[in-house]
Design a protein around this ligand. Structure first.
Ligand code: PLP
Length: 372
């Protein structure tokens, strides 16, 4: 089977993880701190706060953005379920807005119309490796006094002009699950330039204890911590931090290779009228966490995916969250034609560092056959 992803981890990650195990400190410690600094420097943000997933990063960032029970948060439905679930965790209601058909990211023109007196934040998703139009979303948010929490789970390294996302919205959340640009097994990160919020996020991810376990461990004195607000156990371990450091060391190489593979897919598929290739808007730099094509044929997406599976080629699709049972009960009547069309017409092909030319050729031949 050609999988949708294959891990790109090797000796450097294994040695780093083993060193962490031998160090005698496994929970959040200096390796997580170093990983945080590397990500903050890389995206150009003042602060990075590591968590155990992007889902928990989103939950904390929404709280730090001031989202309270009863509020509304504007987000796209064309995403992974975790985007909207994080809004529910914060006690708020996701208000889904449609996407642009070419980028598959939230359409800023539709965001403003969805704002009500209950809206407290906008949650755009920088999907599949391409930045959403964050500058446009930010200017709407500023006009209305709203915060922007960006779900950039798949998109570490993507740029608009020279600016990397992670530095453009109030809070940006990344994922390090096995299908993302970098992986630490599971893991997440919030980047922000807000000093006060960063401090609160650091406390909230560790039960909101006023003194960290590391600080208490480092002293011979007795330090009694207190708990001023509800906190969570969303901490990243130093084993994950160590793997993250090793992965960050080759992020540019990883992104270059993903772009090369996407280019190669484009060249191989370019002449096929049954397929619409991925779009990279001028000035944007896609990092191709996924290679997403739109099928222009009448053959249903699931039939194409199952024909691919019969040829030992994995593929995936992206959800329309509002169509999932959990969200169908929503009191809103959403009109999301582009989201519904995209979730029925697009598929993701295998894309990972280590995908060989022969495998890529096989995917392309298999896809042509599935479309015949
Ligand atoms: C757009 C998006 N948001 C959130 C998540 C959740 O990330 P994690 O698995 O790190 O919680 C994912 C992961 O697949 C994602 O693709």
């Amino acid at each position: 089977m050609i999988p949708i992803t294959r891990l790109s981890v090797g000796e450097a990650e294994a040695t780093a993880a083993a060193d962490a195990v031998r160090s005698g400190w496994l929970s959040t410690g200096k390796r997580v701190q170093q990983f945080e600094s590397m990500v903050a420097d890389y995206v150009g943000a003042k602060h990075a706060i590591a968590t155990n997933s992007c889902t928990t990063a989103l939950h904390l960032a929404l709280i730090a953005a001031g989202v309270k029970p009863g509020d509304e948060v504007i987000c796209p439905s064309f995403s992974f379920i975790a985007t909207a679930n994080a809004v529910l965790y914060a006690g708020a209601t996701p208000v889904f807005v449609d996407i642009a058909p070419d980028t598959f990211n939230i359409s800023p023109a539709l965001v403003e119309a969805a704002i009500t007196p209950r809206t407290s934040a906008i949650l755009p998703v920088s999907q599949i490796g391409l930045a959403a139009d964050i500058p446009a979303v930010m200017s709407i948010a500023r006009r209305h006094g709203l915060k922007v929490v960006e779900d950039a789970a798949p998109s570490l390294g993507t740029r608009i002009g020279e600016a990397r996302i992670g530095n453009l919205s109030d809070f940006t959340c990344f994922s390090f699950d096995p299908r993302k640009i970098l992986t630490t097994g599971e893991g997440g990160m919030i980047t922000t330039n807000d000093d006060e919020a960063a401090e609160r996020l650091r406390l909230m991810r560790a039960h909101s204890a006023s003194v960290s376990a590391t600080a208490r461990h480092a002293t011979n004195d007795v330090i009694l911590e207190n708990y001023p607000e509800i906190g969570y156990n969303y901490k990243m371990t130093d084993i994950q931090g160590a793997i993250g450091i090793a992965q960050m060391g080759r992020i540019d190489e990883i992104i270059e290779e993903r772009r090369r593979l996407a280019d190669r897919y484009n060249t191989l598929l370019n002449d096929d009228e049954r397929i619409q290739l991925p779009y990279e808007p001028p000035g944007y730099r896609h990092v191709f966490q996924s290679y997403c094509i739109r099928l222009l044929t009448k053959k249903p997406q699931v039939a194409v995916m199952s024909d691919l599976a019969k040829q030992d080629i994995a593929s995936r699709r992206i959800l329309a969250i509002h169509s999932e049972p959990l969200y169908q009960k929503s009191r809103f009547d959403f009109l999301l034609p582009e989201t519904e069309r995209a979730s029925k017409e697009t598929i993701l092909l295998p894309m990972f560092v280590g995908l060989t030319d022969a495998e890529q050729d096989e995917v392309v031949q298999g896809l042509r056959k599935a479309l015949d």
